[in-house]
Design a protein around this ligand. Structure first.
Ligand code: SF4
Length: 474
């Protein structure tokens, strides 16, 4: 390894600070650099062109219900708004209807790979609104064989009637946002605590209705939680036997906790403590017969599958592979659509309602497709290639030069000539034959050296909290 010059040393130290203090481990998760606004007609045209050329490719369908009941949970970085009045949801279901009608000419006859109804809190819809939504979906959309059709539910608002309606419509996977069985952590998060016995009764009810798959979400590293309590939440969850348990990685920067809690919440904030939350989970999961292919203590989410569960559903990649990478049609305010290799597209609702900094009810006028604007985030070639390269390195720990050449028509050694030379000289990259590996000791080193493929200013920008994620609360 060559002697390090001062500027490289400073760069490493800066990247280390950003990685550990701000929990920014994955530069490829924030890769949109070029954005513009667009009208619905522009987006429909983009889909039309895409489908003309790529009809056989996977497209999934996402329906967003961006409402929360009383307040926003402190850990949540999703764009959603507090429901001011139940009639808002009537207007919103109408908005979904007009969005569906608007895209009908393009998607008629197309078979979607999977569907996800999420939010927000989809179970805030009452029975009539939910039945209307399911009818609209049933009339319009068809799916590939064994498509996964997921309905996200909140344990504090779901009813048996809603589950029954979902089953009748053809939902085959339920996902419950439990997040934690630690009452103190949920209280700090301003989220309703639902006791284990009630979750157990809910799971029994879901099982009795015959859904094929059940997922339960947990969050690791919440303020007020401890590694032992988190393990306890995992064990309680596993004892309920869901077909999968998804653990999320809490990130302070985009949360709503009082910033002073970062250092005073009693669990010593920092990469080490998050790691402590996550690292004993792998062993615990195996002990309780849950398996996972690519576990990482710093991954934004880890999906543990019940070992005896044979997943017959398709169209929902649980690990990243180019062949399975989906495009997605997202409907509803705040929904993200993704047209593979073209752009990510966010439905911002009407102009002026962008990013949910709204503190009032959304009425029919503010929910009109004609007034809707979309935020487009384009991928330039470099961004796309860098993202692909880092994702592959992250999930497989190595990447084949020829596979990249076959997709992107470039030789990685030429394309990243300077970055490769520098990292090889630091002993952090190996290039042997067709294979490139990032030689890192742990997740922190991964966070530091993967950032060498971006310029420092871009990384500084990525590390900043996104103002759009904040909610001006009611
Ligand atoms: S986690 Fe909480 S704040 Fe976030 S969308 Fe769900 S209910 Fe709303």
């Amino acid at each position: 390894m060559r002697a390090m010059d001062k500027s490289i040393e400073e760069k490493i130290s800066n990247f280390r600070r950003i990685t550990t203090e701000n929990n920014v481990y994955h530069p490829f998760l924030s890769f949109n650099q070029d954005t513009s606004m667009a009208a619905p007609e522009d987006i429909r045209k983009k889909w039309e062109i895409f489908l003309r050329r790529n009809r056989s490719k996977y497209v999934s369908l996402y329906i967003n219900i961006p409402y929360c009941r009383n307040n926003k949970c402190n850990y949540c970085m999703y764009n959603s708004k507090i429901l001011h009045d139940p009639w808002e949801l009537d207007c919103y279901v109408n908005y979904l209807k007009s969005s569906m009608e608007f895209y009908d000419p393009v998607f008629q006859g197309y078979e979607f790979a999977n569907m996800h109804i999420g939010g927000g809190t989809p179970t805030l819809l009452d029975n009539t609104q939910l039945a209307t939504l399911f009818d609209l979906l049933a009339q319009r959309y068809s799916f590939r064989d064994n498509a996964m059709r997921t309905f996200e539910i909140s344990p504090s608002s779901v009813t048996h009637e809603q589950l029954d309606l979902a089953r009748q419509f053809g939902i085959n996977r339920i996902s419950i946002g439990v997040q934690s069985f630690n009452r103190a952590a949920l209280e700090l998060a301003r989220r309703n605590y639902v006791p284990f016995e009630e979750i157990e009764a809910l799971v029994n009810s879901i099982n009795s209705l015959g859904f094929e798959a059940l997922n339960i979400d947990l969050i690791g590293g919440l303020p007020g939680d401890t590694p032992d309590e988190f393990r306890n939440s995992f064990i309680k969850t596993a004892s309920l036997g869901p077909t999968s348990i998804t653990t999320y990685f809490f990130r302070f920067e985009n949360s709503r906790y009082d910033q002073t809690m970062k250092y005073s919440s009693g669990f010593g904030w920092g990469a080490g403590s998050i790691k402590a939350f996550m690292e004993n989970i792998y062993e615990t999961a195996l002990e309780y017969q849950y398996t996972i292919d690519n576990f990482s203590t710093q991954s934004l989410n880890n999906v543990f599958m019940r070992a005896d569960y044979e997943n017959r559903m398709s169209g929902y990649p649980t690990k990243w592979e180019p062949t399975l990478q989906n495009s997605c049609l997202g409907l509803g305010v705040g929904a993200r659509s993704s047209i593979l290799d073209v752009a990510d597209i966010y439905d911002m609702g009407c102009a002026g309602l962008a990013r949910y900094n709204i503190n009032r009810a959304l009425d029919a006028e503010s929910l009109a497709i004609a007034n809707t604007r979309y935020l487009l985030c384009f991928f330039d070639n470099r961004t796309r290639l860098t993202s692909h390269f880092l994702r592959q390195l992250y999930t497989n720990r190595e990447i084949s030069i020829s596979s990249v050449q076959s997709i992107y028509k470039v030789d990685l050694r030429e394309y990243f000539r300077e970055e490769f030379a520098l990292l090889v000289s630091l002993g952090k990259l190996s290039v042997e034959g067709d294979t490139v590996c990032l030689v890192v000791e742990d997740e922190i080193e991964w966070g530091v050296y993967s950032k060498f493929f971006y310029d420092e200013r871009t990384i500084e920008e990525m590390a900043k909290p996104r103002p759009g994620c904040r909610y001006s609360s009611a």
